[in-house]
Design a protein around this ligand. Structure first.
Ligand SMILES: [Zn+2]
Ligand SMILES: [Zn+2]
Length: 284
């Protein structure tokens, strides 16, 4: 394992619902799931359908102790959890975190409620893994593993959503999905989470042209992602949470347009891995 690398792997980049077929071969059709490896520590963000593949990879590589942080619990961010093989393995220890329902539901209640009959054949209590459910409030600073700092903030999305800023080894990667921007305004909470980031993973469901028809849906655009990254001094922008109707060719075109405006922009794909070398003596 690379102890001196901050690794980001996309297991699911599609928003709303998984898709399959000849038009989503290159970018993939799994919904939201991101893995981050901070040296020997492994974090997962969201449990969309991409989580199933992450589970198979974890089993193959012997990853048995890690954190799973939820941005929120819409279907595209949770549907993979019942199909995540590590939860049925008694040698596995998972710490689950959420904060978007603070004061309304605990992380344990959230998971218990969707993983049970009649929605799924079995209940969470058949899981043999050790599941440690933690709750936090937006704005809290989490320290899930030694040396790993995770800052949290509220995004603009129906029912609430949490944005994350992960700091380790002098590197910063931010997860900003799902969120809606106001026209001609930069969200100060988002700017704080992405300041000087090496990579910003941003909700680019729509284009600015489409946005008017989708006000209130809780999503944003690649154009807004570029503006935010420029204002915050961020270096990389992963276009993410692709609309399910978007074809591979359309995403190629969007990526090209975004790159012309911001050199560090790219359209994220299922299975894509990025590595950021770190200096473990330099902490922010
Ligand atoms: Zn979503
Ligand atoms: Zn959502």
């Amino acid at each position: 394992m690379d102890d001196d690398v901050f690794l980001v792997r996309f297991w699911g980049v599609r928003g709303s619902i998984p898709v399959s077929g000849p038009e989503s071969v290159r970018y993939g059709g799994n919904t939201i799931c991101i893995e981050m490896r901070c040296g020997k520590h492994t974090l997962l963000f969201d449990a969309g359908s991409g989580l199933r593949s992450a589970g198979r990879a974890f089993r193959a590589s012997g990853v048995t102790d890690f954190d799973l942080l939820f941005t929120h619990c819409h279907y595209d961010h949770i549907i993979g959890l019942p199909f995540f093989v590590p939860i049925y393995d008694r040698s596995v220890k998972i710490t689950l975190w959420s904060g978007h329902l603070a004061g309304r539901k605990t992380t344990r209640q959230m998971v218990d409620e969707f993983m049970r009959p009649p929605w799924f054949p079995v209940k969470l209590d058949v899981c043999k893994a050790s599941l440690d459910c933690r709750d936090f409030v937006s704005g809290d600073v989490l320290r899930p593993r030694e040396g790993v700092v995770v800052r949290t903030g509220s995004l603009v999305h129906p029912g609430g959503c949490i944005g994350y800023r992960v700091e380790w080894g002098g590197r910063v990667v931010a997860v900003i999905t799902d969120t809606e921007h106001e026209p001609d305004k930069l969200d100060q909470a988002v700017l704080g989470l992405i300041a000087d980031a090496d990579l910003v993973i941003y909700d680019c469901t729509y284009t600015e042209e489409e946005m008017e028809r989708h006000r209130g849906d809780g999503h944003s655009t690649w154009q807004q992602g570029v503006k935010l990254c420029e204002a915050a001094g961020a270096r990389g922008l992963a276009l993410f949470h692709h609309d399910p109707t978007r074809t591979d060719d359309e995403l190629d075109e969007t990526e090209k347009l975004a790159k012309d405006r911001f050199a560090g922009a790219f359209a994220a794909r299922d299975g894509q891995t990025l590595k950021f070398p770190v200096s473990l003596h330099k902490e922010r």
